[in-house]
Design a protein around this ligand. Structure first.
Ligand SMILES: NC(=O)CC[C@H](N)C(=O)O
Length: 225
């Protein structure tokens, strides 16, 4: 069975939901601890949401230096599917696995809402089960979700089809180009601010749109074997 690691940092909040999402998708979740550099032989990694190391300095800035991240960076550079959700996306940017950076939301408030998104590309390990142009609803909850990058980086992301998710029906935090999520050149590392792991079950939904993130990575991994 496919093994998907879920990292816990001190201050992680959504690692339990991410583990549950992996289980609901039919894979085996493997808890990974920030202080260990072992990835336990997993096939993919999720960096979950929360407040790693208390969000001190900048969100994700300390997590970047944890032992587990040195292994995640190495594995991701070799092609391992890696998903960063919210704080996880911030960690991916701080680790330079993804370009750009997150700053305070434009309105300086923590935002918590059901957010409409457009899936811009299915050419990633975490979106290959979507259709390009598909519109979905995913929970968004953060204080530092305002994605910024240099004009050159934004152009590169747009030209290479590396913008994976875009906010629609209004930009909730001031992100450049309405960017909600991006991928690396290879398409194996994806980061997004909204939380697919909270959109897996009817009882707690606003939607079931989170399921396709996990069916995508399973589809990718099963095709590879
Ligand atoms: N939901 C989250 O992961 C929050 C991320 C981060 N702590 C922020 O407020 O921006």
């Amino acid at each position: 069975m496919v093994k998907i690691g879920v990292v816990t940092f001190p201050g992680s909040l959504d690692d339990h939901d991410a583990i549950r999402a992996v289980e609901l998708a039919g894979a085996t979740p493997v808890p990974l601890w920030h202080a260990s550099d072992s990835l336990e032989g997993v096939d993919a990694v999720v960096l979950p949401g929360g407040f790693s190391y208390g969000d001190y300095l900048r969100c994700g800035a300390i997590a970047r230096f944890s032992p587990v991240m040195s292994s995640v960076v190495e594995a991701a550079n070799q092609g391992m599917p890696t998903l960063g959700i919210c704080n996880g996306f911030q960690v991916l940017c701080e680790s330079h696995l993804l370009p750009g950076a997150m700053i305070r939301n434009e309105q300086r408030h923590f935002v918590c809402k059901d957010q409409r998104l457009r899936v811009e590309t299915k050419d990633t390990t975490w979106t290959c089960d979507f259709e390009a142009g598909e519109e979905i609803t995913i929970v968004l909850k953060n204080g530092e979700g305002n994605y910024q990058a240099s004009p050159e980086t934004l152009k590169m992301l747009e030209d290479n089809n590396q913008v994976v998710f875009r906010y629609i029906d209004g930009n909730p935090n001031g992100s450049s180009h309405d960017i909600a999520g991006i991928t690396n050149e290879r398409g194996n590392v994806v980061g997004l601010m909204p939380h697919p792991e909270h959109n897996m079950e009817e009882l707690t939904g606003p939607s079931l749109d989170g399921r396709k993130f996990f069916s995508s990575v399973l589809k990718f991994l099963e095709a590879r074997v």
